[in-house]
Design a protein. Structure first.
Length: 280
């Protein structure tokens, strides 16, 4: 079934052909507001939860004193809606991201996140929630690989931390830092390789060599060489890690490629290690 309306199919109204990256039209704003309203504001029967949310938004997002909140009938809702419709596009994303990662119950609101992602897709947004962070758009498989790698815990938490930081640098809508995003992505692979190889002071190249020498660990040589070359690219004199004071000519595609590739390799390496009987 076509998602286009009658008038769009007849050519009487336009069909969006580009993703919304540096702007936000009214249908996208309204769609996100409706998700927020239905999830949090339409039912105020739990007054304590409602008051908590309104005060949290005023303190953490609006940076306003809580004693200035007007709790008359519908007043906070109307104030938020008006601001929501007038904010710069990136501030709306800031608000939605804050709500997605906020819960008085101590966990992210996956239902809210899923609802926002549906609106992002329907209205042609260039962004999606990846975990708790709104990130420039990528495919479903790539999102799954990134989220799986960012979910590592226990002794592998440092690996997850590098990837979280890489995504944060990449997803900064006002000032994305592609250089440091790439550095954090490759650092995740380096950290994991050193953990697997039990060589805490090794470079990525040396750690991968040690892993390949392990007879129980069947790491494909071509894949290992590919990441050694990526590591060299990020480590040469004109690259990322050794010339942090110089701004390299990097773009979104470079940083996203590294984040997706390093996340996928991280998941691959963890699975291989577990198959080889390596305990983390």
């Amino acid at each position: 079934m076509s998602d286009q309306s009658f008038s769009q199919r007849k050519g009487l109204s336009s069909v969006r052909s580009e993703l919304q990256l540096d702007a936000m039209d009214r249908p996208l704003r309204v769609g996100l507001w409706n998700v927020f309203y239905r999830r949090y504001l339409s039912d105020t029967s739990s007054d304590n939860a409602y008051v908590w949310l309104i005060e949290y938004i005023h303190v953490e997002f609006l940076k306003e004193p809580v004693d200035q909140i007007e709790y008359g009938y519908g007043a906070p809702n109307e104030q938020l809606r008006n601001l929501f419709m007038e904010y710069q596009w990136f501030r709306v994303y800031d608000f939605v991201e804050l709500i997605g990662r906020t819960s008085q119950f101590g966990h992210v609101d996956q239902r809210f996140i899923n609802g926002c992602n549906e609106v992002f897709e329907k209205e042609g947004s260039g962004y999606r929630f990846v975990g708790e962070i709104i990130s420039p758009i990528t495919s479903g498989d790539e999102i799954e690989a990134i989220e799986q790698a960012m979910g590592l815990a226990g002794s592998l938490q440092p690996v997850s931390t590098h990837l979280h930081t890489a995504l944060s640098h990449l997803s900064d809508r006002e000032s994305p830092d592609y250089r440091n995003s790439i550095k954090e992505s490759i650092s995740a692979v380096e950290t994991l390789s050193k953990i697997v190889a039990k060589t805490p002071k090794a470079t990525l190249t040396d750690a991968l060599k040690a892993i390949q020498r392990d007879g129980e660990f069947k790491l494909h040589g071509a894949l290992s060489e590919a990441f050694k070359k990526l590591y060299s690219w990020t480590s040469d004199d004109q690259g990322i890690r050794h010339s942090l004071m110089d701004e390299p000519n990097l773009e979104f595609e470079d940083a996203m490629f590294m984040l997706v590739s390093c996340s996928a390799f991280t998941n691959y390496l963890v699975a291989k290690a577990e198959r080889a009987g390596i305990a983390f």
